[in-house]
Design a binder for this molecule. Structure first.
Ligand SMILES: [Zn+2]
Length: 255
């Protein structure tokens, strides 16, 4: 990934997506200008001032030149929300935010956002059509194979060929820190080969790579950031004890 600065914010972009200027995207680091108490946060919550979330959303969208994004209250489901840019969905409060969707799909025109702290954010992009999908996948999402289900939905509902999709995976809990002591209860046996034989750490980056290639993506069309959120100070980490959320924001500009 490449680090960039704009509007006082720091964000990362994927090299894989550089040839497609119509697609704008960024993984936003937690730091922000002092008027935002020095940190962005993107998820509404009981101890988070709503104005701070809205200011974070607006600053990030402005930094990328995108309209206000669609997002949902993520629940570690495998449910997919298909959006229609003709009817923009741009929530500004917890009350107007749809609940229970962990993948968002849209043709060009609607920007999308996924909130993160250790879980993976996955961007799927189809260059020819400009269709964009973002998914939120923690270990529960991996267990349900939300990525395989999203790729299948893109194929069935929109007729997209998985071999033409690009996939980028955000900073997230790495094999250095993804410890699952109760893996026999929590993880399917198919994941057990991804365990470090010396401890209870699992390589969810490799699991994601396998799920994407099994869904029909070409290995050279997959970029995994390879940055661990618990180890890297730019990002929030649930396992480190952070309550804030950073974001993957993306949108395809209309023709
Ligand atoms: Zn780590």
């Amino acid at each position: 990934m490449e680090k960039r600065q704009s509007h006082g914010l720091t964000y990362y972009v994927f090299e894989l997506l550089a040839p497609y200027p119509r697609l704008r995207h960024g993984v936003f680091a937690r730091y922000a200008p002092p008027e935002l108490t020095g940190e962005l946060t993107f998820a509404f919550g009981p101890n988070v001032p709503q104005a701070r979330v809205l200011a974070s959303l607006d600053l990030a969208a402005a930094a990328l030149g995108l309209p206000a994004p669609a997002f949902a209250r993520q629940t570690h489901s495998a449910a997919i929300l298909f959006l229609d840019p003709a009817r923009p969905y741009q929530p500004r409060s917890p009350e107007t935010t749809l609940t229970g969707y962990d993948a968002l799909v849209s043709p060009p025109g609607q920007s999308l956002l996924i909130k993160l702290a250790d879980c993976q954010g996955i961007l799927l992009f189809h260059p020819a059509s400009g269709v964009l999908a973002l998914a939120h996948s923690g270990w529960r999402g991996s267990t349900q194979n939300i990525l395989g289900q999203t790729v299948a939905a893109l194929q069935e509902r929109l007729g997209l060929n998985p071999a033409e999709l690009l996939a980028a995976v955000t900073p997230s809990l790495g094999p250095c820190c993804a410890e699952f002591v109760n893996y026999r209860q929590e993880l399917p046996e198919a994941f057990w080969p991804f365990q470090n034989p010396l401890n209870h750490h699992f390589d969810f980056w490799a699991i994601t790579r396998q799920q994407l290639t099994q869904a029909g993506l070409r290995p050279q069309n997959i970029e995994i950031a390879g940055l661990c959120t618990k180890c890297h100070p730019d990002f929030y980490s649930y396992r480190r004890g952070d309550t804030g959320r950073f974001a993957l924001l993306a949108g395809t500009l209309p023709d």
